[in-house]
Design a protein around this ligand. Structure first.
Ligand code: TXA
Ligand code: MG
Length: 540
């Protein structure tokens, strides 16, 4: 079949395109439409023959019911036998938006939509093109995600086109989907209500409106053999890329240790942006570790990117399991077929030790070393990675000129400093060249230690600046009042107050970022107490 293709990117939605697509829908055809979650394959929900065409286009099992999309709250009454108060409250709060509610269905809803269940799933999308299409069609639209069954849901029109050209009458390109994972599905047919599929409307959001909400066990675990699925979609292997995917549960340290312990087992890594610089394999990123709303628009694309990169065995980082992260976990765990590397409880911890100059960090580091932790001093590592013969020297020479090297090939640190620190661009360039090398070496030593159960303490004046906080299980900051630090720096380095202040000022950004530390130990002058407090803080 020929597939029409129209661009309907807001705000200037082409009304003629919408009308053409709506006419196809009224004539019983299937149209791929954008929504704010993922693209959907729409057909007139009251036309069983049209709905059957969706199943054919997707290659979808007939027992998996579809969500019906509406554009006005009143349409709930055309579809649901009863519209409970709770449904209206949910719609009030989250419609239009990425939320689907399951209610008892009216007989008018064909079995092809509900897959024979006595219930119907209903949602009101917020994407302007979807809303315009439903309005123009004049009927509710049954629509599953627009992927071939079993593959990742499409979040842009190119991916839809890859899967559906020749299989549907029309594709509407509404731009990339803002949320990128499918709607939250909650059933109000059970008491208490039950979350069947987590999404951008979170469990916590639902609980605020509904009170207690149960989480279906299939949200984070494979369905038990022989058990009926509350949501039939949870039975099937879903969202799977062609690559065999394994999720390393835990944090970045757990992911890196899993890679370290299984050399050659993986060829690609699916991780967060903060993680990528530490990963020793080609990496595909899925948003920021710290912000699940940057993960949802990337997730399915990232899974497709793994395939495009030719990945065969990929290891994935694990998202948080709360808030929007629960929705990301749900998709990723399924994409991985519930294959996990569990965190090793016996591994050592990686602890970042930071703090401004003059606060007493070296004292704490010494005590940690004395008790058997591996203390990695990043200043020493910085010297090593720029020692005579180190590959980094060549890179530095390319950027800063041949005269930063002495005749014997060793680094002329003074010359480099005068060149690099002359401007803020030069300083940034130097960091961008040296930090990755320092971080890489630091992490490789830390992994050796934690692998054998030893704690690795990263003693880094520029922990945050170098991005090393990302690999730490915990960050401890040693701090002291400014006046105390000032007099210590003067005494320690034999310099006057102006020079000491300049030295302290150079760490301003780091000092600001170190506000995120998990624990702060204040050095109030009692050394014994400082050490005791620092050891306790490192142990958490
Ligand atoms: O964001 C979304 O919901 C997207 C866009 C296109 O709106 N649609 C979507 O549809 O994700 P689909 O078919 O890929 O997923 C629908 C899920 C399936 O897991 C299905 O089993 C479940 O909702 N579902 C539908 N009707 C149900 C019902 N009556 N009872 C229980 N689960 C139901
Ligand atoms: Mg789907």
């Amino acid at each position: 079949m020929t597939t029409l293709f129209f661009t309907v990117i807001p705000p200037d939605i082409d009304a003629a395109a919408i009308e053409t697509a709506a006419a196809l829908l009224r004539a019983g055809e299937v149209v791929a439409m954008p929504t704010e979650t993922v693209y959907g394959l729409a057909a007139n929900a009251f036309d069983p023959a049209a709905v059957k065409k969706i199943f054919v286009a997707k290659g979808r099992p007939q027992d998996n019911p579809l969500i019906v999309h509406i554009s006005r709250t009143e349409q709930l009454y055309d579809l649901a036998e009863e519209v409970p108060e709770a449904a209206l409250r949910l719609f009030e709060a989250y419609a239009p938006g990425p939320l689907t509610v399951i209610l008892k269905k009216k007989p008018a809803v064909p079995d092809a939509v509900s897959a024979g269940l006595p219930t119907v799933a209903i949602r009101m999308p917020s994407h302007p093109a979807a809303r315009a299409l439903i309005e123009a069609a004049g009927v509710p639209l049954a629509a599953p995600s627009a992927n071939l069954s079993g593959f990742p849901s499409p979040t842009n029109a190119d991916d839809v086109s890859d899967d559906m050209t020749g299989r549907v009458a029309c594709i509407l390109d509404g731009g990339p989907c803002g949320f990128g994972i499918e709607s939250t599905v909650v059933t109000l047919v059970t008491d208490p209500p039950r979350l069947l599929r987590p999404g951008v409307v979170t469990l916590e959001d639902l609980q605020k409106i509904l009170g207690p909400v149960e989480v279906d066990p299939a949200v984070l675990a494979p369905l038990e053999r022989g058990k009926a699925a509350a949501s039939p979609g949870m039975k099937y292997k879903h969202y799977a890329p062609k690559a065999a995917l394994t999720v390393a549960k835990g944090n970045l340290a757990d992911l890196l240790l899993a890679l370290y312990r299984a050399p050659g087992a993986y060829d690609h890594v699916l991780c967060f942006e903060e993680d990528a610089p530490f990963v020793p394999l080609p990496a595909v990123t899925m948003g920021k570790r710290s912000d699940p709303l940057t993960q949802t628009p990337r997730l399915f694309d990232a899974l497709r990117d793994l395939d495009r990169a030719g990945a065969e065995n990929a290891l994935a980082a694990a998202p948080e399991r709360t808030g929007v992260g629960l929705g990301v976990c749900n998709r990723l765990y399924r994409a991985a077929g519930f294959r996990f590397v569990e965190p090793d409880p016996a591994r050592g911890r990686i602890v970042g030790l930071c703090g401004p100059t003059g606060a007493g960090k070296s004292l704490a580091a010494g005590a940690l070393r004395d008790r058997g932790d591996l203390v990695i001093d990043t200043d020493l590592i910085a010297r090593e990675v720029t020692a005579k013969g180190a590959p980094l020297l060549q890179t530095l020479e390319e950027h800063f000129g041949a005269d930063i090297l002495l005749p014997d090939g060793a680094l002329d640190r003074k010359a480099l400093a005068s060149r690099a620190f002359a401007s803020s661009e030069g300083t940034a360039l130097l960091s961008s060249l040296t930090h990755p090398a320092i971080a890489k070496e630091t992490v490789s030593r830390a992994l050796e230690a934690i692998d054998r159960g030893q704690a690795a303490v990263i003693d880094a004046p520029l922990l945050y600046t170098a991005g090393l906080d990302a690999v730490c299980d915990r960050v401890v900051k040693i701090d002291a009042p400014e006046e105390v630090r000032l007099s210590r720096v003067c005494a320690r380095d034999g310099i006057d107050e102006t020079a000491a202040r300049r030295r302290m000022d150079a760490q301003k950004d780091e000092y600001r970022m170190s506000e995120q530390a998990d624990a702060v130990v204040m050095n109030d002058g009692d050394m014994k107490e400082l050490i005791a407090k620092a050891l306790a803080a490192v142990d958490g």
